[in-house]
Design a binder for this molecule. Sequence first.
Ligand code: AMP
Length: 508
Amino acid sequence: MCGIVGIVATSPVNQALYDGLTVLQHRGQDAAGIITIDNNTFSLRKANGLVKDVFHTRHMKRLQGNIGIGHVRYPTAGSSSSAEAQPFYVNSPFGIALAHNGNLTNAEALKELLFSQARRHVNTTSDSEILLNILAHQLCKSGKLKLEAEDMFSAISNVNELVVGGYASIAMIIGHGIVAFRDPKGIRPLVYGKRETESGTEYMFASESVALKADGFEFVRDVAPGEAIYVTEDGQLFSQMCAVNTQHAPCIFEFVYFARPDSVIDNMSVYATRVNMGTKLGEKIAREWADKDIDVVIPIPETSCDVALEIATVLDKPYRQGFVKNRYIGRTFIMPGQEMRKKSVRRKLNAIDREFEGKNVLLVDDSIVRGTTSAQIVEMAREAGAKNVYFASAAPEVRFPNVYGIDMPSAAELIAHGREVDDINQSIGSDGLIYQSIEDLIAAVRQENPEVTEFETSVFDGQYITGDIDQEYLNRIDALRNDSAKSTREQAMSASLELHNQEESEGE
Ligand code: AMP
C-alpha cells in the first residue's frame, strides 16, 4: 500500500506536500519522495525512511515551486531499494513525473510492449515506472508541443485500455500541470479538494481525505473510477471519464485496516464502517456464543479499538484497554522472518496484568493475517492471568494474496489459507475463535453508502475482479512475497541505505 499527494497552488507547495505525506504515513513507512516543478525543472528528493527522516531543511529548500507531487511507499510487488522509491520521472515527451498507489497485474506484458512498441527501457522492478512510461508513450502520440485537456484525456483513455490492476495515480507534466486518474474499477482510493486564496483557487489530490483536511483544503469529491482530472499549472480544472465499462468496487481492506478512521472513502466514513463492523460482530457473538461467559472485551490496539468498543456495547460487557502499545516501533508485519516478527509483537505490546487476572477475556483484532500477532497475544493474555481467552476478528478469514497493492504474505504463509476456524483456533491457542462473515463485513461498509454495490474482496474469497489472475500469476507473486524473497530484498535495501548514507555524508 502507498500514499500519494499532488498540489497545484499559487505559492510554494513543499511544506503542504510534506504535511500531506506525514498524514498519510500509515499507508507506507518504507520510503518517501517529493518532486516539484520550478522554472520548468524538476527538483526531487526521495529516499528510504519515514517522511520526518527523509526530508531535511536542505532538501525542503531545494524543493521549490508551486506545483508538486509526493509519495510514501509500502513495497508490494517491487523491491525496497531507495532507487525504487517514488516519484519516478522521465524526460520525454516533456518532463513527466508520477506517483502511484496500487499494483498492475499485467506489468510484465506492459514492459515488453514498452520495449517493442516504444523502445522504452524500464530500469527498475517497480510497476510505477512502467505506468509512467506507458503514460509518456501515450502522451507522445499527440505529437504536440502543448497538450490540451482533450489530449491528456485521450492519453489516459489509452492507458486505461492497456493497463490492468488497481491504480490511483498522480502525474505531473512540465509546462502543463497535474493529471490524476483512478483505475476503472475504483479499487484504490483517490480524492481531491480545493482551497481559495487571494491569488486564485488551489487544488490538491490525495489517497485519503484526511490529508486534504490537514492541509486546509476543502474536500470536493472522490475521483470516480476511470475518471481523470487535469489541473493546469495556472489552476484551471478539467475532468473526463476516460474508461468504458467502469465498475465501482473499492478495496474493502481499506476499511478493515488500512485507511485512517478519520478519512472518508467513496462517501463512507472509515470510522463509521468500523463501528458497524463492531455491531455486526457483536451480534454474531451474542447469537453464537451465548454459552461463553465473557467478562471483558479487550482490543488489540489500535485499529480494532473502534470495533471492540462497539462489541462491548452490544454484549453489554466492560471494554478495557488491556494492552499498551509502544508507538515508537515499526509495524511487525513488514519485518521479514517469523522469529523477528514474534519478538517485535512483544516489543510493541505489553499487557496490563490486572485486566486479565482470573477473567474470561474477549480479544478483538481487525484481522488475522499470518496469525503471528494473535498467537503471541493469546499467550500474553494467559501469562497475564486470563482464565479463558476468546478471540474475535473484525474481518473474515484472510485466505488469498492481494494483487491490487496491499502487501499480503504468500498464500502458504496466511494462517487461514486452506484451513477452517477450529484448526486456526488451535494454532493461535485460543479457547474460541470467531470471524466476521463476508456478508456482514460488506453490509457494515455498505451501510454508509448503499450506492456502492460491489467491493474488491479477493483476500477473503479469492475472486479477482480484473479477471486476469491465474495460478501462474499467483505462483509468481508467491515467489516474490515469501519470507526468503523478502529477506534477500532486505539485504539489498541495507546495502543501498549504506551507499545512500555514504553519498549523503559526502554531499554535506
Ligand atoms: P498477523 O496475523 O500477525 O500477520 O498480523 C495481523 C495484524 O497485522 C492485523 O491485526 C492488522 O492489524 C495488521 N495487518 C493486517 N494486514 C496488514 C498488512 N497488509 N500490512 C501490515 N499490517 C497488516
